[in-house]
Every structure is written in structure tokens, then in C-alpha cells.
Design a binder for this molecule. Sequence first.
Ligand code: ADP
Ligand code: MG
Length: 712
Amino acid sequence: MVITSLRSAVKELLENALDAGATSVEVHLCDHGTTSIEVIDNGNGITADDFEAVALKHHTSKLREFDDLPGVGTFGFRGEALGSLCALADVSMVTRHRQAPVATRLKFDINGRLVERTPAARQVGTTVTVRQLFSTLPVRRRQFCGRARREVTDLLQLLWGYALVADGVRLVCTQQAAAGRRSVLLSSPAVAALPERVTALFGQKQTATLLPLRPTAPSDGTRAEFGLGAAAERTQPKVTVQGLVSSCEHGKGRSATDRQFVAINGRPCDHTKICRLANDVYRSYNRHQSPFLVLSLTLSRQHVDVNVTPDKRMLFVQNEKFLLACVKESLVQCFESLPSSFRVAPLAPPGLPPVTSQSPSVTSSSPSGGPAGDWISAIKRSAQKNGGSTSAAADSSKRQCLDRFFRRVPTPEKPDGGPDGGETISGDPATAVEVETAISSDSGFTESSSQESDDGARRQGRRRARLAFSMEELRRQLTELESATAESGGTGRDWRFRAGIKPSDNSAAEEELSLQIKKEDFLKMRIVGQFNLGFLVTQLGRDLFLIDQHATDEKYNFERLSRQPLSKQPLVVPQELELPATSEETLLSQPEVFSAAGFHVAEDAAAPPGRRLRLLAAPAVQGVVCGRSDLEELIWLVQESPGPLAALRPSRVRAVLASRACRTSVMIGTALSHSGMTRLVAHMAEMDHPWNCPHGRPTMRHLVCLNMLEKS
Ligand code: ADP
Ligand code: MG
């Protein structure tokens, strides 16, 4: 299926418009695309002869001969998009061909058949309207409506890619809520150089950090790294690299790889190898950041296969190594041209041979792991080994306990072991089944009773072991185990908590606790007492828990403080924000979240996207005055947060609230009354994240399961 999301639906419609030679394409979303999507272009329109066939599956006007396929220059050529859309939504069109006197309104049924055709008024071009996307797939529809905002963000990511490379095309995307105003999410100028496009989409601030990429022939070192001969330029088809990349100076990159756009022959695509390479090269100059990247590659059409996936986002390039070498060389040349840049040579750990290479950057980013790759992976391996053994040791105490517990469950007397001396369960010989142990394959467990499979096993070099097995015995053991658990009043899941109480097990412990303990469980906990004037011991069912009195009170106070709206401090001079359109949209769609965090923003609806917002007031807490960067951080948090948004605060504010919470909380060394302890534990039921304090210190750990103690 070629249409799987809002993004893919708009992609197909946009590409159809571009294929029709449009110089202006507008995408209008109603209710984030859930009510309708309208794509308006000023392309050539559709001729009356094609009306019947446009939306039929596998009908295209873009290939005349099969031989056209390898060199296809249009975005579409598979004739799938409109047919798929008709099967998923209510599709209609108004189109007027260049030579037609009037426009025609066309309606299609679920199979893409033309069902209505009426004259209409329109300039030359086509408007496609898709209503109720996914209405024929109720589950997908519900999911789509639930995450519509996310889908719009995905869509914008896609549209940016087209807006950056489609020179000569004006691209606009708007969103309108059912009863609200229309807001522009993206607007790119028709004719403009790449830097101006970046400014139009992401603001001047972004453009100011970028450097131009120029086509450069790969150097000897780069060629060798990609296994290319010296004559590569002559033997390989020509590749042209153009674009923009973040300067590698400190602070000029981005914290994520979210703005990287690659287009091959003007077709935006997902090329993970190129992005990975660019990130590797960039990080060998600026270790902690990722680049903003627009990469436009041109090579002969015959060497690019676009027909790899239905959405044509994955391209297969014949001379990929040479292409990668050219990209790498362009990036390296670009960064080397900066007067202050230097490569970060990989540091060899003491005791390991130094890396011998003429070009350290080449080695450090070597995809196949040269000498540097070797020792890095060696270190990783040894770290894994150590980590593995320590975590094994961590488990061992509880395991021993469990082992003892199991040993006490009556085990039947052991008969003669099999040839392997493996453990066997005794039972009625009549019900014994033979089990083969496969050595050659991992299928491992096959039943065999006939001579034929016996031979087969021998032929395959399998060893055979005879395991006695009795269903009766298994049943008896199970009932015994169940009654033993019921007697001890346990939950029957005594091994729910395996993580030890130590820093290396923190994340595992947190995961277990959040999985096993529900909020209301805190209210059911019995207070056993206070330990060492610092910890509470509580009991839930057969499990005992240790709660850090300071950490838990601190977290409670922190969450309480975070939920209180912050006071706003007006700025003397309002600040122009110049945010990307998605950020503007996030801010405008949830004003209450930002207002609670102390930001007051004014909107100028008439201004172009990216320039619509001004900061009038920002939160000021105990000497920390927030600004634009804190607002940007909060926008990011709001976009990424899966949970409630009301208590989200920028990190600098969180730090102030955390220290305030710390000072007002019960200290270690304070003796607590029973009611005081009950209050602390009851507070845990009200917390959003009860498992660690704002400074990361754990609040609660599983101490022991009483069943284990009694059994051993
Ligand atoms: P494909 O793009 O692979 O040919 P589609 O299903 O996307 O298949 O479109 C089917 C046909 O409809 C296209 O080949 C084209 O002739 C016509 N068409 C679709 N959208 C437009 C448009 N916006 N302007 C002109 N023609 C269009
Ligand atoms: Mg198409």
C-alpha cells in the first residue's frame, strides 16, 4: 500500500502536482488533515480523455513505453497513488487542462471509478480534495485522529525536503482547525537560492550557521578508504555534490539529526548511509553535535533505480561507493577550509598500539572499522563482558535464594541420567517420550519414535538422549507448587523483583517497579517501621520495600512546585522569536502550557511564518531569568513528551524548583511518627514519576520477598 500516513498521502499529491509542471502548490489541511486535505496546483491539468482512468489502479500517463522506466524523470510512474487514496478516503478533483475552456469537477468511488463529472470554474491546474482519510479502515482512522499533530510534524519534515530542492516552485502548507483561523505552517519562495530557502523555512539564525558544499573529486585517501582505484573519476559516472552543512565550529551544529535532507536528482529521499557518513565526518570535527544538512546530489539517471519501494523514498545507486566518497570529500574540504577547524584524532587507550594512519579523520569514521574500529569494538566487547559478569553477580544472591526455594519443592528421585547425564524427570516408563537433542541445527526438540527418523537423526549427526517424562508427575508437582504458594499467602509471582539495590541496577529496578506497582498500591502499603532514621520499610502482600524518606518527599514537593504556574516577568523590549513554523504551531496550539510555565507570547497573524511570534514575558525564578533558548527547550519538551504537559518546565527552572523542594523536605536523620510515614507513602500515590527524586536519586527499592526468606 503506497498510502500509509498523512505524510505519504500528501507526498503523492504533491508529486503529482510537480509532475504536472506546477510552479505553485498549496497544501491545505483541515483539522490536521483528519477532516480534509486539499492540494491545489497550477500545473497542466488533466485532459478529458484521461478523466475515466486517472484514479484507476496502475494507470499512469507518465510512461509510454516500458523502456522509459530506467530513465524516468517524473516523481510518479506507478499509477498507484490516486487509486490507493480512493480506497481509503473520499476523493474528488477539480481540474482544467491548458487547452480546456472550462474546468471539470470529478468524483470517484472506492474503486477509483469516475462516478460524477460536472463543469466547474477554475484556472488552469488541478485541485485534489481528500476527505476523511482512512475512513475505510476504522482502526487506522482512530489512530490517525489520535496522533494527528504528530502526523503533521512528520508531514512538515517531508515538505521541507521538497521546499529546499524544488527551485522554481512556491510551496505553501496551511492548517485550519474546524472553527479556527488558518495558520501557515510552511511557505517557501518560488525562485530563490538555497540559503534563502533555508531562511524562509528555518529562519536567518539557522542560515547564519551554514557553509556551502562544493563538488570535489575524492582525494587519494578517501578513494582508498572506499576501495576505489586511482582512476575512479574517469571510470565512474560523474557525481555532483551541492548543498549546505552546519559549520563544525563549537555550537553551530544541532543537538539532533532532525534537519538532514538528501535529494538525488531533485528527488528527496531517505538515504541512511549518506546521513550516517555525514554525521560521522561532522562529529570528527565537532564531537557533540549533529549537522544541519541539505545535500543535493546529481548523477546520471541511468545509475539510479527509484523503483525500489512503492513510496520511492529509497533509491538504489549503482556506483554508491563513489557517491559516498564524493560526499565525504566535499564535507571534509568544507570543514578544512575553516581557519579554526581541526580534526579530533581518536585517542588510543593506554597499552594499545597507536593508530597509524595518514588521515585520522578517515580512520575515525571508517565504516568498516579499521584499526581504530578494532580497538573500539574490543573495548566494547570487554565492557560488555564486565557488565555481564557484574550483573550476573548482582542477580546471584536472589538467584541462590530462589534456587534454594526450588530445591525444597519435592523433586522426584533421580533415575539413571541419560547419556548426557542430564537431569531427567522420573515417571511411568510407559509414558516416556524420546527427545532428540540436535547438535547440528538449533531446531533442537523433535519427537521421534520410528526407525526412519532414527536413521535421519544419525545421518544428520545428531546425538540422541532418552528423557523420561510423565504428565502425571508434572501435574502433581504443579498442584504442590500452587498449594505451597497459596499457603504462604503469596501472589504466586515471587520473582517479580530481580534487580539488586545498587546504582548499576537502577534502570532495571525502576522498570520493575513501574511495571509491578500501581499508584493505588501505595495506599495499600503497610508501614513496618523506620530504619536508620532515613528509610521507611513498607510491606505490600509478601514484598517488603525500602523507601528513602528524603528522596520521596523531595520528589513530591518538586512535582507539587512544578504544577504551580510560574510568575511572568515582562521584558523591557519584546523579543522577536523567529521560530520554525512547527514550533510556532506547537506554541499557539497549547498556549496554556506555555503560560503556566511563565512565558507570554504575542502573535502577529499577518506576519509570515517564522516571524509571527514575539516574546513579551518570561519566567523569573530566584534570580534565574529565562529567555528564548529556554522557550525553545520547552517547545521541544512539549513536542516530545508522551505524558501530561502541564508540569513541563525548562531545565534551568527545574533546577531551581528541585533545590527549593530539597530544602523543604524531610531530612535524613529525622525520626518520623507512624502518621508522618503514612503521609509520605500516600503522597507517592499522587506522583507522576515516583521512582526517583529530581536529582536522580532512587526513592524506593524492593527489599525482599518474604516467601523467599521463609522457604530458605
Ligand atoms: P502516477 O503519478 O504514478 O502516474 P497517480 O495515481 O499518482 O499515478 O496519478 C495518476 C495520473 O493522474 C497521473 O499519471 C496523471 O496523469 C494524473 N494526475 C494526477 N494528479 C494530477 C495533477 N495534479 N495534475 C495533472 N495530472 C494529474
Ligand atoms: Mg503520482
